[in-house]
Ligand binder design. Structure first.
Ligand code: MEV
Length: 424
């Protein structure tokens, strides 16, 4: 067992050497080590260069949500998730939306914000003016950092400065607005923010500390909306139930967190499958939902004058088609090929539609029969596997547990035992 977590030079070792140490200190069995050594479709040398201290991979199931029609185009949505009901719910919701003409979407230009924090300024308002007066030179310096981005029409386009009050006094916060085109943009933005900081220190006579992208990407928004005929959603009472659910979440942060989590179930699964940064999307989405000072929802459902359901979603969507794991991870590349989007904007819009579908799937179940029935039948298969069921026994054990409404490992073990004792 672990005596000390200090392992000097761990990062310099090969994956095999690291694994040998972890095997020893954590008391792993040979079988456990073999599982870690099997990196499947992610080659060891690729994985070892993606992160530090690499010892193995965590495979997660990837599936395809079907039925999506967005702006008249059909999409297959790759999703990586450990939650059993996510893909089924998204596919089901997309089918309902399809009956109403599919999803419609829009997005802003892919502009990210780079923040530069300036402290120890004598007169913050004068410093702000100095920065704003030197906008052209600052943007020029920023753009010298990334000629490739410039050649694609991107780059630092504008800047702003705000004086904020903090527990350590006034600070000037400079915002660089960078059009990142088809990149998520963190590298480009951070490089630019660092490069212009000496100029900003000189202009303000202040001290720059943080120079970093903001995940509250209010200038990189994606929207999706749809109309679902009441017949497709399950009738007038379900439409009403979903509208009430939406009003509840909009007014109550406790519910809004779960409502938004439901949308994120779909968004994050797709973002993860494509090797993009899902933490950035989650942070941005939740911060956007709090912009007015109280946490609320980033999606909304109402009953329209025909009695049909109308839904919309809007949130920051900083995803890219190039850079990082999107290009280096072989499965992420395949996921991108399946998704078949031509720009980061198209990708962002698809994700907004996926979030809206996932949200609808959850709300429809919640305002109708409740989610446990659907969840439990899918969850039951996991429990059957946990109890040791294999092949066709997985479904047999799961079905029996659902029929009995006893989805528990102890019951799965009993059923498995009974099935194994059957004469063949
Ligand atoms: C579960 O992962 C997601 C839900 O809780 C979302 C919701 O309540 O809207 C079902």
């Amino acid at each position: 067992m672990v005596n000390s977590s200090v392992i000097s030079g761990f990062y310099k070792l090969s994956p095999e050497e690291r694994l040998a140490i972890i095997k020893e200190t954590a008391g792993l069995t040979d079988d456990e080590v073999r599982l870690l050594e099997n990196t499947g479709s992610l080659p060891i040398d690729v994985a070892d260069h993606m992160i530090e201290n690499f010892i193995g991979v965590l495979p997660e199931p990837m599936g395809i949500a079907v039925n999506f029609q967005i702006n008249g185009k059909d999409y297959l949505i790759p999703m990586a998730t450990e939650e059993p009901s996510v893909i089924a719910a998204a596919s089901y919701a997309a089918k309902m939306v399809r009956d109403g003409g599919g999803f419609h979407t829009s997005s802003t230009a892919p502009v990210m914000i780079g923040q530069i924090q300036v402290v120890k300024i004598k007169d913050a308002q004068t410093a702000k003016k100095q920065v704003l007066n030197s906008k052209t030179e600052i943007l020029k310096k920023a753009n010298e950092q990334d000629p490739v981005l410039n050649s694609f029409g991107g780059g630092a386009k504008d800047l702003d400065a705000r004086v904020i009050d903090t527990s350590m006094g006034e600070m000037l916060v400079v915002h660089l607005f960078v059009d990142c085109r088809d990149a998520m943009g963190a590298n480009a933005v951070n490089t630019m923010a660092e490069a212009v900081s000496p100029m900003i220190e000189e202009l303000t006579n202040g001290r720059v500390y943080l120079r970093i992208i903001s995940n509250l990407a209010v200038k990189r928004l994606a929207k999706a909306w749809c109309t679902v005929p009441k017949e497709a959603v399950g009738g007038a009472a379900v439409v009403e139930g979903i509208a009430y659910a939406s009003a509840f979440a909009a007014a109550d942060p406790y519910r809004a967190a779960t409502h938004n989590k439901g949308a994120m179930n779909g968004i994050v699964a797709c973002v993860l499958a494509t090797g993009n940064d899902h933490r950035a999307i989650e942070a941005g989405g939740h911060a956007y939902a709090s912009l007015n000072g109280v946490y609320t929802t980033f999606s909304k459902w109402i009953k329209n004058s025909e009695g049909d359901l109308e839904g919309s979603i809007e949130l920051p969507m900083a995803v890219g088609l190039i850079g990082g794991a999107v290009k280096t991870h072989p499965i992420a590349r395949i996921a991108m090929k399946i998704l078949n989007v031509k720009s980061a904007n198209e990708f962002a819009e698809v994700l907004a539609a996926v979030g809206l579908a996932q949200n609808l799937g959850a709300l429809r179940a919640l305002s109708n029969e409740g989610i446990q029935r659907g969840h439990m039948s899918l969850h039951a298969r996991n429990i059957a596997v946990t109890a040791g069921a294999k092949n066709e026994l997985i479904d047999l054990v799961a079905e029996q547990m659902v029929k009995e409404r006893k989805v528990r490992v102890d019951r799965a073990e009993e059923i498995l035992k009974e099935l194994n004792q059957r004469p063949s």
